[in-house]
Design a protein around this ligand. Structure first.
Ligand SMILES: [Cu+2]
Length: 121
């Protein structure tokens, strides 16, 4: 009898743990993934539209040489090395139009290497 209650206890604990895991997974908001390509001298896409409060992961790859990605309104700054994806996660907390740009000198068109982030309500 003792063995049986111990077994029941283990089964209940396992079910409880499974339920807790499912609740935690469901509570985590789904993150939107945006793939961006950086190349001389543009970002593709050059315009990104996001929703305020919606978590996002920007996955940026360089097609040629080292670039940067700077989005000062959201305190984002990162280096984009060729051959590897750089990922930044954030949740836009304000609505508006914001400029992102390359902040690593990459050649004579570097100054024009920028894009627009639109955050809607
Ligand atoms: Cu650049």
């Amino acid at each position: 009898m003792k063995k049986r209650s111990a077994l029941l206890f283990i089964v209940f604990m396992a079910i409880g743990a499974a339920i807790c895991t499912a609740i935690v997974a469901a509570a985590r908001p789904t993150e939107k993934v945006i793939h961006i390509t950086a190349k001389k001298f543009e970002f593709v896409p050059g315009e990104i539209t996001l929703k305020k409060g919606e978590p996002v992961a920007l996955e940026i790859k360089s097609e040629d040489l080292e670039h940067g990605f700077s989005l000062p309104d959201f305190n984002i700054r990162m280096e984009i090395k060729p051959g590897q994806a750089s990922v930044v996660r954030f949740t836009p907390d304000k609505v508006g139009q914001f400029t992102f740009a390359c902040n690593v000198f990459c050649g004579s068109g570097h100054e024009d290497m920028s894009g627009t982030l639109i955050v809607t309500d």
